[in-house]
Design a protein around this ligand. Structure first.
Ligand SMILES: [Zn+2]
Length: 190
């Protein structure tokens, strides 16, 4: 679930199209496991999840800061509470904790073993807005010079961990500033 939050920044606000194979590959689990986790989220009315051929569409039912959402969630929470009290506590924390990385909270919720900050959720972004911009502009600069690069090449050129490069590439992709070309390399959007 980490990657879901890392990859799809607007997850909490909008309906988002997701690619379960991309997520599975990045996390190192099977697409079936990704789908299973999505269905768990759906069973808890956290998301509305529609599978369409290879394109998956995922959305939270309603924006989370809406009053109606809170009411709706608390109704769901009550039902869930009678089943799994401890998990529900984590679930409530997941919705309401604005100081801890969303990805960390979600991973914790699903009892996943590797828990670390995603770097691109609203909480993470708020914590490191300035560095985020610096790395992004360095990436764009190097892409301007070299035209097309893999994340690994960018990582080596900028001497920044590839993990961090990938986070910023994902943001740049979402912002439509760069594309992945037919050689699976990143380049500036013309
Ligand atoms: Zn985060």
């Amino acid at each position: 679930m980490n990657i879901l939050l890392r990859t799809y920044g607007g997850l909490f606000e909008n309906e988002i199209k997701i690619d379960e194979f991309f997520i599975a590959k990045k996390v190192g689990i099977t697409a079936a496991q990704v789908i299973r986790n999505l269905k768990i989220l759906e069973a808890q009315n956290l998301v509305e999840y529609t599978q369409v051929n290879s394109d998956l569409s995922l959305s939270f039912l309603v924006p989370r800061e809406d009053d109606k959402t809170v009411n709706r969630f608390s109704r769901e929470i009550k039902q869930f509470l009678s089943l799994k009290k401890e998990k529900t506590t984590n679930f409530i924390n997941f919705i309401t904790n604005n100081t801890r990385c969303r990805s960390e909270q979600l991973l914790f919720y699903f009892d996943e073993k590797t828990i670390r900050k995603c770097g691109i959720c609203d909480v993470c972004i708020a914590h490191k807005k300035i560095p985020a911009k610096n790395v992004a502009s360095q990436i764009k600069e190097v892409l301007e010079n070299k035209k097309q690069l893999t994340s690994n090449e960018i990582s080596r050129l900028l001497n920044i961990f590839e993990k961090d490069i990938l986070i910023h590439l994902q943001i740049l992709l979402e912002e439509d500033q760069i594309i992945i070309n037919n050689q699976n390399k990143f380049q500036l959007k013309v």
